[in-house]
Design a protein around this ligand. Structure first.
Ligand code: PLP
Length: 404
């Protein structure tokens, strides 16, 4: 069986973890700091805070902005549940927008959803393909939209507009008009979950790129404290002799990343742009050159109008099929020894959202994308032979279901 997304574990990863184990320090400490520095160097965003997941990172940032009960946050209907749950856990309401045919939030729908309750927009770079950030940033900064903004605290007054937080869970390494994912809006959140391009088993990174007069390094320090129960000194600092006294200055969260996990990501990110990401791109290229031969195959977005994907997953859509036919094709592919997936079931189709009266019929593009998509594996360990096997399995399965 070709697995869908095994983590990339080589000697360097193992050695980095062993280094942490042998150092006598395994929770938040030098490895997390080093990973934050690597992500900062990679994205060009100076202030990066690592935490234990993208979900908690998004909750932390929405909390920092003061999002709460009575507020609305615009998210795409086509995303993983975490985008919405982060909003709901703060007591705010996720307002969903349909996606476009790139799987990105449809920016032409955005303005109509904004009202006096709107506090944030969370674009999601599905599959690693960046949303149209210029357009999103322009909309929230336009005088028509800022006139609707009702700041409820000092931070909101300082920004003076809707907060743009990218759910960049998939898009580390992506580009938008010459800029890297992480630097495309106020705050971007990467996921380092086990299936992501760079992983720490579980983890996430917050890239702080707030405009002046915000001081991103000051915000970094404050958020770091918030991620550690609101404690003025982390355990590493306190472990140094004579440094035991601390205070709790804010009812914070406990969402810090630990050094053992950070070590995995540290070894990976060091070879990401020159090695791992390049192989991902090659795999995409191989899939593209095969599927472009067939009318029934619609390739995923990967490079267009200044945008370039991080090549996280290959979102193949099959033209002219129903959801049931898609499911049958997946069964056939699995039977041929290849694990594939579907990213994502649109949120309005899931129980908790159906119960809250979200209705998939209001999101026709999301449904169309979902009903025809089959996610093919992309990871550096896939050999050329494996890719051949995947391609053959998809073609045969399509023919078995549709042409038989
Ligand atoms: C689009 C998207 N957003 C957010 C998340 C949540 O990431 P994490 O598991 O690090 O909390 C995921 C995870 O799969 C995701 O796919």
């Amino acid at each position: 069986m070709i697995p869908f997304s095994p983590p990339y574990i080589d000697e360097d990863v193992i050695n980095e973890v062993l280094d942490s184990l042998n150092s006598g320090w395994i929770t938040t400490g030098p490895k997390v700091k080093a990973l934050e520095k690597e992500v900062a160097g990679f994205t060009g965003v100076e202030n990066v805070l690592c935490v234990n997941s993208a979900t908690s990172a998004m909750m932390l940032m929405l909390h920092w902005f003061g999002v709460g009960s009575g507020d609305e946050v615009i998210i795409p209907a086509y995303t993983y549940c975490a985008t919405a749950l982060a909003v709901m856990h703060l007591g705010a309401v996720p307002v969903m927008a349909d996606c476009d045919e790139n799987f990105c939030i449809d920016v032409t729908k955005l303005k109509k959803l904004i009202n006096e309750k709107t506090k944030a927009v969370v674009p999601v770079d599905i599959g690693g393909y960046p949303c149209d950030y210029d357009e999103i940033n322009n909309i929230v900064s336009s005088s028509e939209v800022t006139a609707l903004f009702r700041p409820a605290n000092e931070v909101q007054s300082k920004l003076g507009r809707i907060f743009v937080m990218s759910d960049s869970a998939h898009s580390i390494g992506a580009f938008y008009k010459g800029k890297k994912s992480g630097s495309l809006c106020d705050v971007s959140v990467f996921s380092f979950h086990a299936v992501k391009n760079v992983t720490t088993a579980e983890g996430g990174a917050i890239c702080l790129d707030l405009p002046a007069p915000f001081d991103n390094s000051e915000i970094y320090s404050w958020l770091r404290l918030l991620s550690l129960n609101g404690q003025t000194k982390d355990a590493f600092t306190k472990s140094k002799g004579g440094n035991w006294k601390y205070d709790i200055v804010y009812p914070g969260f406990k969402i810090n990343l630990n050094d053992l996990c950070a070590a995995v990501g540290l070894a990976q990110i060091r070879k990401y742009s020159d090695d791992l990401l390049i192989r991902r791109k090659e795999i995409f290229g191989k899939y593209n050159s095969f599927f472009s031969e067939f009318d029934w195959a619609q390739m995923p977005p990967f490079q267009n109008s200044g945008r370039e994907s991080s090549y996280h997953i290959y979102l193949l859509r099959i033209n002219g099929i129903s959801e049931e036919q898609r499911d049958s094709i997946i069964d056939q592919i699995n039977a041929r020894g290849v694990a594939v997936n579907v990213h994502f079931i649109p949120l309005p189709m899931l129980k908790i959202f159906r119960e809250r009266n979200y209705d998939i019929s209001n999101f026709p593009v999301s449904y169309d994308n979902y009903s025809r998509v089959i996610t093919l594996p992309v990871y550096p360990q896939l050999s050329d032979n494996d890719i051949e096997t995947v391609i053959k399995a998809v073609k045969e399965s399509y023919e078995a279901v549709i042409l038989s």
